[in-house]
Design a protein. Structure first.
Length: 210
Protein backbone atom coordinates (compact mmCIF):
# COMPACT_ATOMS: atom_id res chain seq x y z
CA UNK A 1 0.00 0.00 0.00
CA UNK A 2 1.30 3.43 -0.94
CA UNK A 3 1.62 5.80 2.00
CA UNK A 4 2.18 9.52 1.71
CA UNK A 5 2.17 11.98 4.57
CA UNK A 6 1.52 15.68 4.43
CA UNK A 7 0.20 18.69 6.28
CA UNK A 8 -3.00 16.88 7.24
CA UNK A 9 -1.21 14.15 9.16
CA UNK A 10 1.31 16.59 10.64
CA UNK A 11 -1.37 18.89 12.03
CA UNK A 12 -3.37 16.00 13.43
CA UNK A 13 -0.31 14.55 15.17
CA UNK A 14 0.64 17.95 16.61
CA UNK A 15 -2.87 18.71 17.88
CA UNK A 16 -3.23 15.19 19.25
CA UNK A 17 0.02 15.58 21.20
CA UNK A 18 -1.02 18.96 22.60
CA UNK A 19 -4.46 17.79 23.75
CA UNK A 20 -3.47 14.24 24.72
CA UNK A 21 -3.75 14.84 28.51
CA UNK A 22 -7.35 16.02 28.12
CA UNK A 23 -8.07 13.04 25.90
CA UNK A 24 -6.82 10.75 28.66
CA UNK A 25 -9.32 12.32 31.08
CA UNK A 26 -12.10 12.05 28.49
CA UNK A 27 -11.35 8.36 28.04
CA UNK A 28 -12.40 7.70 31.63
CA UNK A 29 -15.93 9.03 31.22
CA UNK A 30 -16.90 9.26 27.53
CA UNK A 31 -17.01 6.89 24.56
CA UNK A 32 -15.49 7.75 21.15
CA UNK A 33 -18.87 7.71 19.39
CA UNK A 34 -20.37 9.98 22.05
CA UNK A 35 -17.58 12.50 21.44
CA UNK A 36 -18.25 12.32 17.71
CA UNK A 37 -21.93 12.96 18.41
CA UNK A 38 -21.01 15.94 20.59
CA UNK A 39 -18.95 17.31 17.70
CA UNK A 40 -22.02 17.12 15.45
CA UNK A 41 -24.28 18.78 18.02
CA UNK A 42 -21.73 21.54 18.57
CA UNK A 43 -21.52 22.06 14.81
CA UNK A 44 -25.29 22.53 14.72
CA UNK A 45 -24.80 25.34 17.23
CA UNK A 46 -21.96 26.74 15.10
CA UNK A 47 -24.18 26.79 12.03
CA UNK A 48 -26.93 28.53 13.98
CA UNK A 49 -24.53 31.16 15.33
CA UNK A 50 -23.12 31.84 11.87
CA UNK A 51 -26.60 32.07 10.35
CA UNK A 52 -27.58 34.64 13.01
CA UNK A 53 -24.35 36.60 12.57
CA UNK A 54 -23.00 35.74 16.00
CA UNK A 55 -19.40 35.61 14.89
CA UNK A 56 -17.95 36.17 18.35
CA UNK A 57 -19.43 32.98 19.81
CA UNK A 58 -19.51 30.87 16.64
CA UNK A 59 -15.74 30.50 16.15
CA UNK A 60 -15.28 29.44 19.78
CA UNK A 61 -17.88 26.72 19.28
CA UNK A 62 -16.12 25.78 16.04
CA UNK A 63 -12.93 25.30 18.04
CA UNK A 64 -14.80 23.14 20.55
CA UNK A 65 -16.24 20.99 17.75
CA UNK A 66 -12.71 20.54 16.39
CA UNK A 67 -11.48 19.47 19.81
CA UNK A 68 -14.24 16.88 20.09
CA UNK A 69 -13.08 15.57 16.71
CA UNK A 70 -9.53 15.21 18.06
CA UNK A 71 -10.59 13.63 21.32
CA UNK A 72 -12.80 10.94 19.78
CA UNK A 73 -9.80 9.43 18.01
CA UNK A 74 -7.62 9.71 21.10
CA UNK A 75 -10.23 8.07 23.31
CA UNK A 76 -10.67 5.24 20.80
CA UNK A 77 -6.93 4.52 20.93
CA UNK A 78 -6.56 4.92 24.70
CA UNK A 79 -9.48 2.59 25.43
CA UNK A 80 -8.70 0.16 22.61
CA UNK A 81 -12.14 0.80 21.12
CA UNK A 82 -11.07 1.42 17.53
CA UNK A 83 -13.73 0.01 15.22
CA UNK A 84 -14.65 0.04 11.55
CA UNK A 85 -17.97 1.70 12.29
CA UNK A 86 -16.27 4.26 14.53
CA UNK A 87 -13.90 5.21 11.70
CA UNK A 88 -16.85 5.53 9.31
CA UNK A 89 -18.89 7.55 11.82
CA UNK A 90 -15.99 9.92 12.47
CA UNK A 91 -15.36 10.47 8.76
CA UNK A 92 -19.05 11.00 7.99
CA UNK A 93 -19.36 13.38 10.96
CA UNK A 94 -16.52 15.51 9.59
CA UNK A 95 -18.45 15.96 6.34
CA UNK A 96 -21.67 16.76 8.18
CA UNK A 97 -19.91 19.27 10.43
CA UNK A 98 -18.30 21.04 7.47
CA UNK A 99 -21.69 21.28 5.78
CA UNK A 100 -23.44 22.64 8.88
CA UNK A 101 -21.12 25.55 9.60
CA UNK A 102 -20.69 26.36 5.89
CA UNK A 103 -24.46 26.41 5.42
CA UNK A 104 -24.88 28.76 8.36
CA UNK A 105 -22.30 31.19 6.97
CA UNK A 106 -23.82 30.91 3.48
CA UNK A 107 -27.25 31.83 4.84
CA UNK A 108 -25.93 34.88 6.68
CA UNK A 109 -23.97 36.35 3.79
CA UNK A 110 -26.76 35.62 1.31
CA UNK A 111 -29.51 37.37 3.28
CA UNK A 112 -27.14 40.29 3.88
CA UNK A 113 -26.50 40.47 0.11
CA UNK A 114 -22.74 39.95 0.35
CA UNK A 115 -22.92 37.79 -2.73
CA UNK A 116 -19.22 37.47 -3.57
CA UNK A 117 -18.56 35.83 -0.21
CA UNK A 118 -21.68 33.68 -0.53
CA UNK A 119 -20.42 32.46 -3.91
CA UNK A 120 -16.99 31.68 -2.47
CA UNK A 121 -18.58 29.72 0.38
CA UNK A 122 -20.46 27.60 -2.17
CA UNK A 123 -17.20 27.06 -4.05
CA UNK A 124 -15.53 26.08 -0.78
CA UNK A 125 -18.28 23.57 0.01
CA UNK A 126 -17.89 21.93 -3.41
CA UNK A 127 -14.10 21.94 -3.22
CA UNK A 128 -14.06 20.59 0.33
CA UNK A 129 -16.36 17.74 -0.70
CA UNK A 130 -14.16 16.89 -3.68
CA UNK A 131 -11.02 16.86 -1.55
CA UNK A 132 -12.63 14.48 0.93
CA UNK A 133 -14.12 12.27 -1.81
CA UNK A 134 -10.81 11.95 -3.65
CA UNK A 135 -9.05 10.90 -0.45
CA UNK A 136 -11.74 8.36 0.46
CA UNK A 137 -11.81 6.92 -3.06
CA UNK A 138 -8.02 6.61 -3.06
CA UNK A 139 -8.02 4.76 0.25
CA UNK A 140 -10.62 2.41 -1.22
CA UNK A 141 -8.08 1.63 -3.93
CA UNK A 142 -5.35 1.04 -1.36
CA UNK A 143 -3.58 4.38 -1.90
CA UNK A 144 -3.02 6.71 1.05
CA UNK A 145 -2.92 10.37 0.01
CA UNK A 146 -2.72 12.53 3.14
CA UNK A 147 -1.08 15.25 1.09
CA UNK A 148 -1.82 18.83 0.21
CA UNK A 149 -1.63 22.07 2.14
CA UNK A 150 -5.30 22.46 3.03
CA UNK A 151 -5.74 19.98 5.85
CA UNK A 152 -9.06 20.09 7.69
CA UNK A 153 -7.58 21.65 10.87
CA UNK A 154 -6.03 24.38 8.73
CA UNK A 155 -9.36 24.98 6.97
CA UNK A 156 -11.07 25.51 10.31
CA UNK A 157 -8.32 27.88 11.42
CA UNK A 158 -8.40 29.95 8.23
CA UNK A 159 -12.17 30.28 8.40
CA UNK A 160 -12.75 30.55 12.15
CA UNK A 161 -10.18 33.22 13.04
CA UNK A 162 -11.17 35.70 10.28
CA UNK A 163 -14.85 35.26 11.17
CA UNK A 164 -13.99 35.99 14.80
CA UNK A 165 -12.15 39.15 13.70
CA UNK A 166 -15.20 40.11 11.63
CA UNK A 167 -17.40 39.55 14.65
CA UNK A 168 -15.47 41.93 16.88
CA UNK A 169 -14.35 44.56 14.35
CA UNK A 170 -16.89 44.43 11.53
CA UNK A 171 -14.01 44.23 9.04
CA UNK A 172 -15.09 41.78 6.34
CA UNK A 173 -11.92 42.06 4.27
CA UNK A 174 -9.92 39.71 6.47
CA UNK A 175 -12.50 36.97 5.96
CA UNK A 176 -12.80 37.75 2.26
CA UNK A 177 -9.03 37.45 1.82
CA UNK A 178 -8.96 34.27 3.87
CA UNK A 179 -11.61 32.71 1.62
CA UNK A 180 -9.51 33.49 -1.45
CA UNK A 181 -6.56 31.80 0.25
CA UNK A 182 -8.64 28.77 1.26
CA UNK A 183 -9.90 28.30 -2.29
CA UNK A 184 -6.39 28.62 -3.72
CA UNK A 185 -4.96 26.11 -1.26
CA UNK A 186 -7.96 23.87 -1.85
CA UNK A 187 -7.26 23.69 -5.57
CA UNK A 188 -3.60 22.90 -4.80
CA UNK A 189 -4.63 20.14 -2.41
CA UNK A 190 -7.10 18.61 -4.87
CA UNK A 191 -4.60 18.61 -7.74
CA UNK A 192 -1.84 17.26 -5.48
CA UNK A 193 -4.01 14.37 -4.35
CA UNK A 194 -5.10 13.52 -7.88
CA UNK A 195 -1.44 13.41 -8.95
CA UNK A 196 -0.54 11.15 -6.01
CA UNK A 197 -3.43 8.84 -6.86
CA UNK A 198 -2.41 8.74 -10.51
CA UNK A 199 1.18 7.83 -9.65
CA UNK A 200 0.09 5.28 -7.06
CA UNK A 201 -2.42 3.66 -9.42
CA UNK A 202 0.10 3.60 -12.24
CA UNK A 203 2.68 1.94 -10.00
CA UNK A 204 0.12 -0.65 -8.86
CA UNK A 205 -0.86 -1.38 -12.46
CA UNK A 206 2.77 -1.88 -13.45
CA UNK A 207 3.30 -4.35 -10.61
CA UNK A 208 0.13 -6.21 -11.53
CA UNK A 209 1.01 -6.46 -15.22
CA UNK A 210 4.68 -7.30 -14.75
Amino acid sequence: MERTWGVDEGLRRFSSAVFHPIGWVMARVLSPNLLTTLAILTSVAVGYCFARGRFFLGPWLLLLAGLFDIWDGQVAKLTNRISTFGAFFDSAADRVNDFLYSLGALYYFTINEIYDIAFMIVAYMVLSSLISYVKARAEGLGIQCNVGVLARPLRLLLLGVPLFIYGITGNIWVFRGSLYLVLLLGVETLVHRVVVIYLGARSADLRTNS
